[in-house]
Design a protein around this ligand. Structure first.
Ligand SMILES: Cc1cc2nc3c(=O)[nH]c(=O)nc-3n(C[C@H](O)[C@H](O)[C@H](O)COP(=O)(O)O)c2cc1C
Length: 165
């Protein structure tokens, strides 16, 4: 089964998880990158990212999206912005088609609720079939090491195409 992990990360937490999980799965990985990245500091970081997530504004990406025709399983990883899916991931999801794909959702946050992010993705991607969800609070190398059993359980579910909650 061919798998790809597609992620957006502004400050590196989601990138770390994406790299760790894709390594464990031995799958392809694609980072969604913006032509004009969001600020990563101060008030503006929350202002622009929060505004765009709430109002679903999009920004241009700096490279074409991957062709998903050869993949049966797609993993999507995003930070939570303003209680929901980050604006860049939302804007990718509106353009991508996951027809007949199995989806696994990965979210990072700073401790807030992730359920709205997952339900929003499922609502806009009714063409895909969500098999599992996992979330992490501002993951670092150290916290991912502490979380290794959960990561292993998630990866093993993905590899056997099982559901995971
Ligand atoms: C614009 C913005 C809005 C955010 N809103 C939330 C939120 O509503 N709840 C939460 O738990 N974390 C929120 N965060 C924190 C991020 O989800 C969290 O730090 C995440 O790990 C960042 O991932 P990244 O380093 O891959 O960008 C927000 C961060 C930004 C930049």
């Amino acid at each position: 089964m061919n798998r790809i992990l597609i992620y957006y990360s502004s400050e590196g937490h989601t990138r770390l998880v994406a790299e760790k999980i894709s390594e464990m799965l031995g799958c392809d990985v694609f980072e969604l990158q913006l032509v004009k990245p969001y600020p990563t500091k101060g008030f503006l970081k929350f202002y622009y990212g929060g505004r765009d997530s709430v109002f679903h504004f999009s920004r241009a990406f700096n490279k074409p999206f991957p062709d998903l025709s050869n993949y049966e399983v797609v993993l999507l990883a995003t930070p939570i912005w303003a209680g929901t899916v980050s604006a860049p991931m939302y804007s990718y999801l509106k353009k991508a088609s996951f027809l007949q794909k199995d989806l696994y959702l990965i979210a990072t946050c700073s401790g807030g609720d992730v359920s709205k992010c997952f339900s929003t993705i499922k609502k806009i991607k009714t063409d895909g079939h969500t098999r599992g969800e996992i979330s992490f609070v501002n993951p670092t190398e150290a916290t991912l090491q502490q979380d290794i059993e959960r990561l292993k359980a998630f990866s093993s579910a993905v590899l056997s195409n099982d559901s995971f909650q």
